[in-house]
Every structure is written in C-alpha cells, then in structure tokens.
Design a protein around this ligand. Sequence first.
Ligand code: B4P
Length: 183
Amino acid sequence: MLNLVLFGPPGAGKGTQSEKLIGHYHLVHLSTGDILRQEVASCTALGIEAKKVMDQGMLVPDEVVIRMIESRVEANLTGRGFIFDGFPRTIAQALSLDKMLSEKETSITCMLALEVEDEELIRRLLNRGKESGRSDDKSEAVIRKRIAEYNSNTSPLIDYFKKKNKFRGVLGVVSVDEIFTNL
Ligand code: B4P
C-alpha cells in the first residue's frame, strides 16, 4: 500500500494538493478537517462539540479524531492506500496511526510537508474565508491561533517523521501545478 501523510500549517494547501494526488494515485482520501465539517453540517453531537473548538482555532481532542480515522481505515483496507490530509496533528495521533496501520500489516510510506510562511498563510485563509464562508477563516485572530497551535502541537511531528527517515519537505509557495509535480 502507498500511505501518504500530507502535512503543513493551516492554509498550506493540503486540501488543494490532496485532490490532485488522489486523481493521480487513486488513493483513499481521509481529511479530518472535511470529516469534521461534515459532522458540523449534519448537526451531530460530535459536530456541535467540534464546531466550538474549531471556531476558536484549537485542535479537536485526539480521541475524537483517532476514532473517526480508525473506522474509515478499517472500511478501506482493500484499496491501494491512503492520503491522510491534516492527520496526524499531534504526537498522540501519530502513535495511534502507526499502531493502527501496523496491526493491519502496513505503515506510513512518507510524510510530504508543504512549507509556507505565516504571512502568506494568513493572506490565503482570509481570502478563502471571503469565498467559502468557513467560520474559522474569517478572523485574523483565529487564524493566528491556528498557526500557534500548529507551531506548538503539530510541528513536533516533523522530527518524529525525520527520525524514521520518512520526511520530505516541499516548497508550498509556487503554483499549484508546480507543487504537485514536486510532490
Ligand atoms: P483543515 O480542514 O485540515 O484545513 P486547513 O489546515 O485550514 O487547510 P489546508 O492546508 O487544507 O488548505 P487548502 O488546501 O484549503 O483543518 C481545519 C480545522 O479542523 C483545524 O483548525 C482543527 O480545528 C480541525 N482539525 C482537523 N484535523 C484535525 C486533527 N487531526 N486533530 C485535531 N483537530 C483537527 O488551502 C488554503 C487556501 O490556499 C485555499 O484558498 C487555496 O485555494 C489556497 N492555495 C492552495 N495552494 C495555493 C498555492 N500554491 N498558491 C496560492 N494559493 C494556494
């Protein structure tokens, strides 16, 4: 199986590149952000709780996202592999993912990390907020909080994957097609 982790700060272009990678490699796309937004749109109990957290620019609790991913990995084990988009976002999530995959006799092939400066992230997300209506993209303060969460809780995953020799950084500030070629 080809199992990719698409990584990067909020607004780095994970969702954008995932769409292109799925089309090319025919992998199952698991985006925790998309799954959470579906729960919010359906007004499930999980979605109502998650929205409060997401609107503050914080991370949804590990046990919630791990459970969401686990059931979807179970359901798609006969495919060619997965693109994990926006997951893992903490060391606890990475440990759970490694355990989950090793129990299925597979593993992460590599982490592809999109590298973009903070000011460009803020510009992109405010811009997306105008068009998409995403509530977590509307305020610069919330966007800065998301970037701060990334720096404290998510960026340690870079070392985690580097130690396993599975980290590949890719410049995320050129055109969408050029980034896709580099990925
Ligand atoms: P996500 O849905 O994962 O979204 P994101 O990080 O905000 O954006 P992404 O990187 O996918 O950006 P995109 O391609 O759209 O997370 C949302 C929230 O969900 C989190 O804050 C958190 O609360 C929660 N959550 C999700 N997963 C979680 C987890 N595992 N644990 C806990 N909580 C979790 O690109 C952004 C914009 O840039 C777009 O408008 C795009 O058009 C533009 N763009 C893309 N590439 C570009 C390029 N090359 N040049 C110029 N613009 C570009």
